[in-house]
Design a binder for this molecule. Structure first.
Ligand code: UDX
Ligand code: UDX
Length: 499
């Protein structure tokens, strides 16, 4: 018996929906780009379109030179771009066609008004929500991918529902836990995927729809469903606790220098306690990146708003120690060079906030360079992934201005003239008085330090802000070496730094 036309249409629609779920992700950045590329790779029957207001960024995603450096990313993108992964500036069209919309736009720290210096500025999120409401003609699941303050989902839900024209929106919080430099591996094998949603039948159905996508490659027991607020807070909590471990060991590093203990030995001994474990206990010049400081500031603000000043102060201290660590490092450099670096060439090896990324957001290198420039040093910078334009922009930008779409960021009026940027470590160190290692790039360990020493001013100093160098070998060559949290050279002991 022939199927009636209406039933055929229904089946066709059903098949279409079942076969081709459409995902649109707003924001083609460090989070949106890699996450969507991996979903497209793992789910060939889903069409994934990543949209962005930045024409240049989308053009780069569609080119041979991707806009971000991330090991393994190019391979994933090449496998599915043009197949079921697309990058586009047609924001409204793709939002309108999508079943599931991920939002991964910037959430800068406010620099003015209520909550300035702490609270998140949700301007971009709000405008994304309004656009979704405006252009949607069918029901949609809207997924929070950006890190946002707790209760953002509720605000977004209100915007969507007050402008819905009868369309049903389900909002989910699906925070991303990838770390840069290992993003692809983290996405392939996440420790957990967290999905927060409403506890209503519709909310649970939306959670299931997203769970089914991840379950294509993530074991079911690693997919955790919670309520919306728990998911939002879990992301802030995870980042705050990770950052707190770093500040804890960095605080110990100062005490190690004062007492003659070695922070690496202390960290190792501590890490052997199975309740503590080894990760995130590397003392450093300080943590950076787009999340840790911002998320903690967010947490602090939320605590204050909820009448919890003691809790707010506890988390504030994690950032204070991080700032202290950067200042302490600069003071060591300046103090050991007879209390002045004025007119002296200082080489900076590494500007990215960690190795294997070209990302410089909140990198400790910015504060260290600014500190040295404040003492009138001439700085020569080498980083294998960071461009001169980016470095100049970072050094002239105001605090928190980095977290805006690039075309809205303030441009540097004039380049900082005491700063030169090279693509060669030997050139950067040639004729320098001192070298600061600020990113743990593997290639820095393999440089010819005898050659570097021979071409430097004497005494020649190395300040290892990442504890990656073989200190004894460097001392044998003739360097005066400072390593975070390690027993001090006699030279440094004689030139105490005010912290
Ligand atoms: C991360 C997190 O997701 C977020 O919580 C944080 O606030 C910023 O950092 P990430 O992908 O690393 O996001 O940020 P970024 O690389 O800056 O990407 C955001 C993208 O959104 C940019 O390409 C920007 O052009 C785009 N965007 C921003 C839009 O497409 N529309 C907007 O209205 C605003
Ligand atoms: C972090 C979280 O790890 C990730 O889960 C979240 O999604 C985003 O924020 P990311 O900022 O990309 O990821 O890198 P991460 O490896 O966490 O490093 C952050 C900073 O801490 C870097 O500057 C790194 O050098 C520093 N760090 C890390 C230390 O100084 N010591 C350590 O032991 C570990």
């Amino acid at each position: 018996m022939a199927t009636p036309a209406s039933a055929r249409t229904k089946i066709a629609c059903y098949i279409k929906r079942e076969k081709m779920v459409k995902i649109c992700c707003i924001g083609a950045g460090y989070v949106g780009g890699p996450t969507m590329a991996v979903i497209a790779l793992k789910c060939p029957s889903i069409e994934v379109v990543v949209v962005d207001i930045s024409i240049a960024r989308i053009a780069a995603w569609n080119s041979e030179q991707l806009p971000i450096y991330e090991p393994g990313l190019e391979d994933v993108v090449k496998q599915c771009r043009g197949r079921n992964l697309f990058f586009s500036t047609e924001v409204e069209k793709h939002i309108s066609e999508a079943d599931i919309i991920f939002v991964s736009v910037n959430t800068p720290t406010k620099t003015q008004g209520l909550g300035a210096g702490k609270a998140a500025n949700l301007t971009y999120w709000e405008s994304a929500a309004r656009m979704i409401a405006d252009v949607s003609k069918s029901d949609k699941i809207v997924v929070e991918k950006s890190t946002v303050p707790v209760k953002t989902a509720e605000a977004i839900e209100k915007i969507l529902n007050h402008n819905s024209n009868g369309i049903n929106f389900q909002i989910l919080s699906n925070p991303e836990f990838l770390a840069e430099g290992t993003a692809i591996q983290d996405l392939f094998k996440p420790d957990r995927v967290l999905i927060g949603g409403r506890e209503t039948p519709e909310g649970q159905k939306a959670i299931k729809a997203l769970r089914d996508i991840y379950a294509t490659w993530v074991p079911e027991d690693r997919i955790i469903a919670t309520n919306l607020w728990s998911a939002e807070l879990s992301k802030l909590a995870a980042n705050a606790i990770l950052a707190q471990r770093i500040s804890s060991i960095n605080a110990m590093s100062a005490l190690c220098e004062a007492t003659g203990a070695d922070v690496t030995e202390v960290a190792y001994a501590v890490s052997k306690d199975s309740r503590i474990g080894p990760k995130f206990l590397n003392a450093s010049v300080g943590f950076g990146g787009s999340c840790f400081q911002k998320d903690i500031l967010n947490l602090v603000y939320i605590c204050e708003c909820n009448g919890l000043p003691e809790v707010a102060n506890y988390w504030k201290q994690v950032i204070k120690i991080n700032d202290y660590q950067k200042t302490r490092f600069v003071n060591r450099v300046v103090a050991s060079m007879f209390n002045t670096v004025s007119g002296k060439k200082i080489a900076i090896l590494g500007f990215a906030f960690k190795k294997d990324t070209g990302d410089t957001r909140e990198t400790p290198a910015i504060d260290v360079c600014k500190g040295l420039l404040g003492d009138k040093a001439n700085i020569s910078i080498y980083d294998p992934q960071v461009t001169e334009e980016q470095i100049q922009r970072d050094l002239s930008m105001n605090k928190f201005d980095w977290d805006h779409p690039i075309h809205l960021q303030p441009m540097s009026p004039t380049a900082v003239k005491e700063v030169t940027v090279t693509w060669d470590a030997y050139q950067a160190t040639n004729g320098a008085h001192g070298i600061c290692i600020l990113t743990e790039w593997d290639e820095f360990k393999a440089l010819d330090y005898q050659k570097i020493y021979d071409n430097m001013q004497k005494p020649a100093f190395i300040y290892d802000g990442r504890n990656i160098m073989d200190v004894e070998k460097l001392r044998k060559i003739g360097f005066i070496v400072y390593s975070i949290g390690k027993p001090l050279d006699a030279w440094l002991k004689d030139m105490p730094a005010v912290a």
